[in-house]
Structures are given as C-alpha cells and as structure tokens.
Design a protein around this ligand. Structure first.
Ligand code: ZN
Length: 382
C-alpha cells in the first residue's frame, strides 16, 4: 500500500489516471548516444484518502533539490514577480526585513527582490547555480530545506518565498516545517505552485511530469500549510495556471494568563479552605476533573472531608491523587460540612439549591467557576 507524501495516509487503491510512455524527467535531457537505453515511464495519478492531495506514486527525480529554470529573461515572469512583491512586501511590513527565497536557482527572481528595500537571501542546492547567483552579487547559501531541525545559514528570516518548488518535494511537510523553524515569530511567506484546478479545467494530461510529484488545489495546499505551522491569509490564481498564497507562521497560544491565574487561584482556594477548616468541616461538591484537579494540585487531601456527587457510580470511590472519599448528597447531609465549595461549572445554581434543601441553615457556600472563588448567598438568608 502506497502512502501520501504529504500526510502519510493511504493513497486510493486504484489510480485516478494512468498514462503510459511519459518522459521520465524534464531536465538533464538525454543525448543521442542515450537513445538505445532511454525509455518512457508510466505515470499513475493517485488521490490521498486523508488530506486529499493528488500526487504521482513514483520516485522523485534525482535532482528534486535543484531549481533549474530556463534562465532566460521572460517579461511575463518579471512582471508577475514585481506585482507580487509590490503587494506582499508592504502588506507584511517587510521593508528592511530579511527575506529568504527557498530554491532560488541562479537568482532569476531573487535579483528582482534584491532591488526592493529588503534584505534578500537565497538558498539553492545546485552548486553551479549557487556560483552563478553569487556572481550576480546575491547572497545565496548552498543548502536545501531537508530536515525540521535544520538551522539555515544566514537565518532566522522574517519571511520567505518559494516559487514553484513545493510540488517537486518528496517530503513537502519536512520542507515547509524546516522553513517555518527558521522564521521569526509571525514570519510571512509567499508560495506559488502549479494549479491542479487549471489542469482539470484544461483537461491537459500533458501537464503531468515526474518532476512534479504533487498536484495541489487551493484546498489541499492550504491543508498542508496549516499542518506545517502556517495560517493561509490569501489565496489566488495568478498567470492562469498558478496558485499563489500569502501565509503567516502560526503563533503559539498565549498561556501567560493561565500561568498567572494558576498561582492566584491556588492562593485564593488554599486560603479559603484553611480558614474554613479552622471553623469546621470543608467539602467539595462535584466529583469530576475540575474538583479532582483543584484538590490534587493544591494538596487539599487532608483538609477536605469528602467530595459530594449525585452520580451513584462515583460514590464509594476516592478522588484520584488526593484520595478524598466521594459520597452521596444524603450521606453528606447526615454528617454535614460547614463549608461547601462547588466545583462544577455549569451546574452551580442547581447544586446551590440542593445544598439549601439538604444542609443546615448557615452552611457557607462557595463556588469556583472562573478564576476567582465567589461566596454564594444562602437563599434562606436572603
Ligand atoms: Zn495526504
């Protein structure tokens, strides 16, 4: 069973399309003396049953790390890149920032970028192309985004570009994660790939080539980028046959509030329980994960007489870690606590009403339903 190069899920058992006698590669063309041995290949286009990426199930070409472009000047590409840089650089405030082109070839597009008020860097695996790019005065590392733990020369970068290179990658997720790990927080990206939607619109079987392993739609490209640490902010079709996306490195969730409140909740609850325990018995109502966590993490095992819960299957057990006994409301009422802390967000009012029914007047009722314990008024006193 073959697996998806982007997510590892199985590929569909039957190929979507099989094409015989296709060229084995689009670069490093054979010479006349190779004619006796050089042969066509069979291409099978398959769909991933997980992420949906359409892909060839063939081995990558030997030179997939290299970015071999025609090298000649094309007015169409020149205009397109300028239009893309004109919009993208100000949108992400990249003036003065470090931008990496992953797979820059001999610097065809990097030299255009270098004329903008940014710090332009290139990365290219093919030595001859690196030499040519450096001869143009460009700063280019001889490298390839291979592994997630790779530390790039000249990094970290504030942004990156990748022009029609991702579809060549036998491990596109490792390629993207390696780049993401060499970007600063919130780093931006401008990525283009050939559009599979375009091939479907034109019914152009002759677009398939072993150099291109992945055939991205806007959806399957976004899905891959999301799984590799990026948010997709804009996607569009450019030059008829190309998907272009603006992406941004995902921010890690900000848990500073959680860390801060963990301390204040611990202080407040410990203070409340210690004071109440000096006056009488203290109980918790609610034998679920919130109450268990409070009792265990604050070390309240010897301060809480029991945890009350109306679910019969919990009664007779003890709370994990704190080992406080779990009892029924009736058993608790027979040996009443003088202070009850309700830890069952969502059921607080219902439980407070039951306490008023079953427990003596004057029972102190507290609840924790946000980050501060609240004293509830006994209805009988109101
Ligand atoms: Zn997949």
């Amino acid at each position: 069973m073959k697996r998806c190069i982007a997510c590892g899920a199985p590929l569909s058992a039957e190929p979507l399309l099989t094409i015989e006698n296709m060229p084995a590669a689009a670069q490093h063309l054979p010479r006349p003396e190779d004619a006796a041995t050089e042969r066509g290949v069979t291409l099978r286009l398959c769909a991933c049953t997980g992420c949906g990426l359409t892909q060839l199930d063939t081995e990558p070409v030997s030179y997939y790390r290299d970015v071999i472009r025609s090298g000649g000047y094309s007015e169409t590409m020149d205009k397109l890149r300028r239009a893309q840089y004109d919009a993208w650089i100000p949108a992400f405030h990249l003036e003065g920032k470090k931008i990496l082109e992953a797979g820059c070839g001999q610097g065809e597009f990097l030299s255009i970028l270098a004329a903008y008020p940014v710090k332009a860097y290139g990365m290219e695996h093919f030595h001859e192309l690196v030499v040519k790019a450096r001869e143009k005065g460009l700063t280019v590392a001889e490298e390839y985004p291979e592994r997630e733990d790779q530390v790039f020369e000249n990094g970290p970068f504030d942004a990156f570009t990748s022009f029609n290179f991702l579809e060549h990658q036998p491990d596109p997720a490792a390629y993207l994660r390696a780049i993401a790990n060499n970007l600063t927080a919130g780093g931006a990206g401008l990525v283009t790939v050939p559009s599979f939607e375009y091939i479907l619109e034109e019914n152009s079987f002759y677009e398939f080539i072993p150099d291109h392993l992945s055939y991205f739609t806007e959806d399957s490209l976004s899905s891959l980028l999301n799984r590799c640490g990026f948010d997709v902010l804009k996607k569009e079709r450019v030059n008829r046959d190309t998907i272009s996306v603006w992406i941004k490195k995902k921010a890690r969730p900000d848990v500073s509030g959680l860390i801060e409140k963990q301390k204040s909740i611990a202080r407040d609850i410990t203070g409340l329980v210690n004071e109440a325990a000096a006056r009488g018995k203290v109980a918790i109502w609610g034998a679920s994960h919130q109450g268990f966590s409070i009792a265990a993490s604050l070390g309240l095992g010897d301060k809480i007489c029991y945890i009350i819960d109306s679910a019969p299957f919990k009664q007779g057990h003890i709370a994990p870690s704190s080992h406080i006994p779990i009892v029924s409301p009736d058993a608790a009422a027979a040996d009443p606590a003088t202070c009850i802390l309700i830890v069952a967000p969502g059921y607080t009012e219902e439980i407070a009403a039951r306490i008023c029914e079953k427990f003596p007047a004057g029972t102190e009722i507290w609840t924790l339903r946000s980050d501060v314990p609240e004293r509830l008024t006994d209805r009988r006193e109101a």
